[in-house]
Write a protein that binds this ligand. Structure first.
Ligand code: NAD
Ligand code: DAU
Length: 358
């Protein structure tokens, strides 16, 4: 079996569902259930004996040690994190606690467990750390995409905390020989995406008749990857990645934020038109920019394709259609998470942002 951390969040829950469907191998899923963790994402496997959910904190080394001792996993796949850049700007503390200290605690527990395994199990064990392209900083319009050799230059408290975690993982391989794997992935989108991030926020605000807030000029570029493709890539890395190696994962799909929002509006116009037949584009509003906003991310994903034969299966067109359809069919899921905490966050992040003209 494997131990997954953060498996009730967006990517983690997609991974657990996909893992059980594709491999059938049991999973212990350790998640603190912060505002971003949602057992509703795992509803379809609530009676599945192969899925063992544990509410807990990766910072709690004793709890992690007990789980490792009891379940003897062959691998740890580490998703748990604070993941939202805007929240890291408002309150960076929890990002350092979970992303840096939490990863450190997990590595310590993993090292102790791994050191006590027999030779064959030690060789086979893997610690896969799921990280982000944001650790590489921001690109200019004509710069080459991030490769695995691009120097780290994180710009937000979130990306700095993920960079810290990446360095710890690297050091545990270099110093102790822990068989680690690190993946640095671009922006994901798809089902179960918490509506604080660009794509699900735009879809849910559009339905609710609210404004679609574009930070700054909307010309910041991200590389978008359908979450199912990220899950496949992680499975490939876990199966055949070289211990100590890092792999960049991306969709070869750079888009400016405003173009993404236009695509979403046009798709919603087609699939769920407004009662007044006006386009959802009329809801777009330009607001004050994110402080320190990274201008462009782009991923060179040739290494994972060359070494492990992985490349994305979805185009942006196919992935975004699936995503919009999922949100249309799962409006109760959205209503369920629009709790007091969520509304408080919207107020904190958006009420202070004055509207600016395009
Ligand atoms: P998310 O915020 O949706 O989910 C994070 C999960 O971690 C939640 O279920 C939360 O309850 C859990 N968690 C938080 N703190 C915890 C703790 N101390 N102990 C145990 N569980 C805890 O995040 P996501 O978007 O699914 O991202 C998952 C991972 O992938 C993160 O490490 C993130 O940095 C990385 N990543 C995300 C993206 C993206 O586009 N979302 C892209 C590249 C990499
Ligand atoms: O690149 C990978 C990263 O992608 C992950 O590591 C992070 O966990 C994930 O949150 C994401 O970070 P971003 O900051 O790129 O994602 P977000 O969805 O918050 O924003 C995407 C872009 O859209 C970014 O340029 C900011 C902009 N934006 C976002 C929001 C929420 C807006 O213009 N308006 C908004 O309301």
């Amino acid at each position: 079996m494997i131990l997954v951390t953060g498996g009730a969040g967006f990517i983690g829950s997609n991974f657990v569902l996909d893992w059980l469907a594709q491999t059938g191998e049991p999973v212990v899923n350790l998640d603190k259930l912060t505002y971003a963790g949602n057992l509703g994402n795992l509803k379809s496997i609530r009676n599945d004996e192969r899925h063992h959910f544990v509410k807990g904190d990766i910072c709690d080394t004793a709890q992690v040690t007990a789980l490792l001792t009891i379940h003897q996993p062959r691998a740890i796949v580490h998703f748990a994190a604070e993941s939202h850049v805007d929240r890291s700007i408002h309150s960076p503390g929890s990002f350092i606690t979970t992303n840096v200290n939490g990863t450190f605690s997990l590595l310590e527990a993993a090292r102790a467990y791994w050191s006590g395994l027999g030779a064959a199990s030690r060789d086979a064990f893997r610690f896969l750390h799921v990280s982000t392209d944001e650790v590489y900083g921001s690109l200019g319009a004509d710069d080459a995409p991030f490769s695995e050799n691009t120097p780290y230059a994180p710009n937000s408290p979130y990306s700095a905390s993920k960079a810290g975690a990446d360095h710890l993982v690297r050091a545990y391989h270099h110093t102790y020989g822990l068989p680690t794997l690190t993946t640095n992935c671009s922006n994901n989108y798809g089902p179960y995406h918490f509506p604080e991030k660009l794509i699900p926020l735009m879809i849910t605000n559009a339905f609710a008749g609210k404004s679609l807030p574009i930070y700054g000029d909307g010309q910041q570029v991200r590389d978008w990857l359908y979450v199912g493709d990220h899950c496949t890539a992680i499975r490939r890395v876990l199966d055949d990645g070289r211990p100590g190696a890092t792999y960049n994962i991306g969709g070869w799909n750079e888009k400016a934020n405003l173009d993404v929002v236009h695509i979403l509006c046009d798709m919603l116009d087609e699939l769920a038109s407004r009662e007044d037949n006006k386009s959802y584009r009329t809801q777009i509003a330009y607001v004050t920019d994110r402080p320190g906003h990274d201008r462009r991310y782009a991923i060179d994903a040739r290494k994972i394709e060359r070494e492990l034969g992985w490349k994305p299966a979805e185009t942006f067109g196919s992935g975004i259609r699936k995503t919009v359809q999922w949100y249309l069919e799962n409006q109760q899921w959205v209503r369920d998470i629009q709790s007091g905490d969520y509304l408080k966050w919207l107020d904190q992040n958006y009420s202070g942002r004055e509207r600016v003209s395009a």
